[in-house]
Design a binder for this molecule. Structure first.
Ligand SMILES: [Zn+2]
Length: 279
């Protein structure tokens, strides 16, 4: 991986920008210039799809040893079908996505670089309609579309790469640092901007496949009710996906701006069948 990064002119360009940032902070007082450069780096991903997939696979393999998957065919096939339908209409449908149901009562869903999306059984039990569920999946797809984890990794990996070049460190050490970052889940603590972007993609995505985007608002209402009733099952979700009132008002404004479309569905027979099965 290090070799491919070093061979790629664009990536070397990024390292050069980072060098400029660091040298600016170290040796001069043009703080504003440095800040704007770092702001730019926040939105840069230096990894190729192939490298992203390598990270994802590495994480997915580790994760498979940490959790229990829920394997009922009716449920997993439905989740995969719904997920793949959303992927087809997403803004990044040139990579393969994998949807996995985790046998956990915690209400949570998360996306791993490379298109690996996990949804807990507890979340499928908690949602009332297919439109809520579709929004959750579409929001997670949005994190893959926005390459949020990879951009975060770029910030750290870019700087680590610089350190390696400067200090002539061993590349295996660098790989270990990246593996450590993956294992502690640091990559999944998204910024408000990341959440806003994923919500935006998610709402548009469900609308494009013919599902009502109102499910997004209903999902937040479901979470708010549960927050009072059973806060412990929401702990993990809220640590990575805080509910800000700003998120709900942004979504409402986006929905209000969407063109009128008839026939948007809220539910389906398959969703209801799945709900009965996992009751
Ligand atoms: Zn999110």
């Amino acid at each position: 991986m290090v070799k491919s990064i070093q061979n790629n002119a664009n990536k070397i360009g990024l390292v050069f920008i980072l060098t400029l940032c660091l040298s600016c902070f170290n040796s001069c007082s043009i703080g504003q210039v440095g800040n704007s450069l770092l702001e730019g780096v926040k939105d840069v991903n230096i990894f190729t799809d192939e490298e992203e997939l390598q990270f994802g696979k590495e994480y997915a393999e580790q994760h498979a040893r940490q959790v229990t998957f829920y394997t009922d065919k009716v449920v997993t096939t439905y989740i995969n079908d719904l997920g793949q339908t959303l992927v087809k209409h997403s803004k990044r449908n040139n990579i393969r996505y994998t949807f996995t149901v985790v046998d956990s009562k915690d209400i949570n869903a998360y996306a791993v670089p490379g298109g690996f999306i996990y949804i807990n059984l507890g979340l499928i039990r908690a949602v009332q309609t297919e439109s809520e569920l579709a929004f959750v999946l579409a929001h997670e797809i949005g994190h893959i579309v926005g390459q949020h984890s990879m951009k975060k990794l770029t910030q750290v990996y870019g700087i680590e790469l610089l350190k390696q070049i400067i200090l002539n460190e061993d590349s295996t050490e660098l790989k270990k640092i990246v593996a450590d970052i993956l294992s502690v889940g640091w990559l999944f603590k998204y910024s408000r901007d990341n959440e806003r972007e994923s919500d935006f993609y998610g709402v548009q995505n469900v609308y494009d496949v013919g599902i009502t985007p109102e499910g997004s608002i209903h999902f937040f209402e479901t979470l708010q009710k549960l927050q009072h009733r059973e806060p412990s099952v929401l702990e993990k979700l809220l640590s990575t996906h805080p509910i800000h009132s700003e998120r709900i008002s942004n979504i409402r404004a986006q929905i209000n701006g969407l063109p009128q479309k008839s026939g948007l569905r809220t539910n389906s027979t398959r969703f209801q069948q799945v709900k009965r099965r996992i009751r």
